[in-house]
Write a protein that binds this ligand. Structure first.
Ligand code: CP3
Length: 347
């Protein structure tokens, strides 16, 4: 039995822009819109044992996914989860340490460690699949729902490093030290990610985004060898819904990312808008205001947002920040960003 909701979308601007169709105005949402910028998120979060309880309880994940839709009236929802659920489903559990971030008690060191990992099944992450079904129902067609996963290289980086890092030097070093182990691990992550994303789509995700948050720390040669081929496999495996690829910081890889079998390419604030449009003329671009711009006075936020919109040109653009919104960003600035996009008319 298919539980997928077939409710038609009342606001499909985001999906139409993703597919490169003409839109009346530029759609807008924010990476990390569900989270600590919202007082209602902080209140719920503080009443729980921790981050994982929120991720692993579908009713709660659904509730925080909807919060920014109600509060900010953005044009898309993104399911509340984390990219680190994939390593856990493969057999490498993570902890989310308060105020410090993710930590893996055990990391991948040897080929035996890689061999001991399983290819994840969507059922291993049943809580997010359930959360998507529930959220689709609760959204009742208000806006599309985005599913997501980390790109294989970024997931690899956490599995080798064991947590966040300024340099990810262990993970990068592993690529040079043992390319064979690296490719085997990347392949297993890729297979798991494809299964997981297909599960999210089956449950109702209208588009899926692949986050390669640590793309920018690789050299162009490493990126071509260890990152792009695996993202390509994911893009080639998914034809049910549009795919967004966000290779953060990898300005050098734009020509290749532009050739991937995806509909949308994420742009960060390091990437010049007009230059990026020239390099990637045929796809929808998503981004790219510097999240730190939101610390400026509201009049400046508004001006910078308008300049960004003008540079993207109004079509084949999904407005967003160049990376996730920082938790201490004033809510009024976030609202100013969203409202400026929604009110802007191209002359
Ligand atoms: O609104 C949304 O974007 C949906 C949810 C979402 C979260 N994480 C929730 C979260 C998404 C899409 C992610 C993706 C994610 N997680 C990425 C890729 C995007 C990016 O930011 O580059 C990465 C690298 C992670 C790994 C991760 N999760 C880190 C490094 C941290 C700690 C840093 C931090 O922001 O505190 C997390 C925790 C996390 N994931 C939080 C949230 C709301 C904060 C946890 C809390 O409430 O305490």
């Amino acid at each position: 039995m298919k539980l997928k909701s077939n409710t038609p979308l009342k606001n499909d601007l985001f999906l139409r822009a993703a597919k490169g169709e003409k839109v009346e105005r530029v759609p807008v949402w924010l990476m990390r819109q569900a989270g600590r910028i919202l007082p209602q998120y902080r209140a719920l979060r503080n009443s729980l044992s921790g981050f994982k309880e929120l991720v692993e309880t579908p009713e709660l994940a659904c509730e925080v996914t909807l919060q920014p839709i109600d509060e900010l009236e953005v044009d898309a929802a993104i399911i509340f989860s984390d990219i680190l659920v994939i390593p856990e489903a493969m057999g490498l559990p993570y902890e989310m340490v308060e105020k410090r971030g993710p930590h893996f008690p055990k990391t991948i060191q040897t080929l035996e460690d890689v061999n001991a990992l399983k290819i994840a099944e969507a059922n291993d992450i049943a809580y997010t699949i359930e959360a998507i079904k529930l959220t689709k129902k609760e959204l009742n067609g208000r806006v599309p729902l985005i599913g997501f996963a980390g790109a294989p290289w970024t997931i690899f980086a956490y599995m080798i490093e064991g947590g966040g890092s300024k340099t990810f030097s262990k993970a990068k070093g592993q690529l040079y030290k043992d390319p064979n182990l690296s490719h085997q691990l990347l392949e297993k992550i890729t297979q798991s990610t494809i299964v997981y994303l297909k599960g999210q789509i089956e449950a109702g995700a209208d588009l899926v985004q692949v986050f390669d948050s640590w793309a920018g720390i690789l050299s162009p040669t490493q990126y071509a060898a260890f990152a792009l081929p695996y993202i390509q496999k994911i893009c080639d495996a998914i034809d049910e819904v549009p795919v967004t690829v966000f290779a953060k910081g990898a300005y050098f890889a734009r020509p290749a990312v532009g050739e991937l079998n995806c509909s949308v390419v994420g742009v960060d604030w390091n990437m010049d808008i007009k230059e990026t449009r020239q390099i990637i003329p045929h796809k929808t671009l998503q981004g790219n205001l510097d999240p730190c711009q939101l610390y400026a006075p509201l009049s400046e936020v508004k001006k910078a947002t308008q300049t960004m919109l003008e540079q993207f040109g109004g079509q084949k653009h999904i407005a967003n920040l160049g990376h996730g919104v920082y938790p201490d960003t004033p809510l009024d600035s976030v609202k100013c960003f969203v409202d400026t996009v929604k009110e802007y008319s191209f002359s």
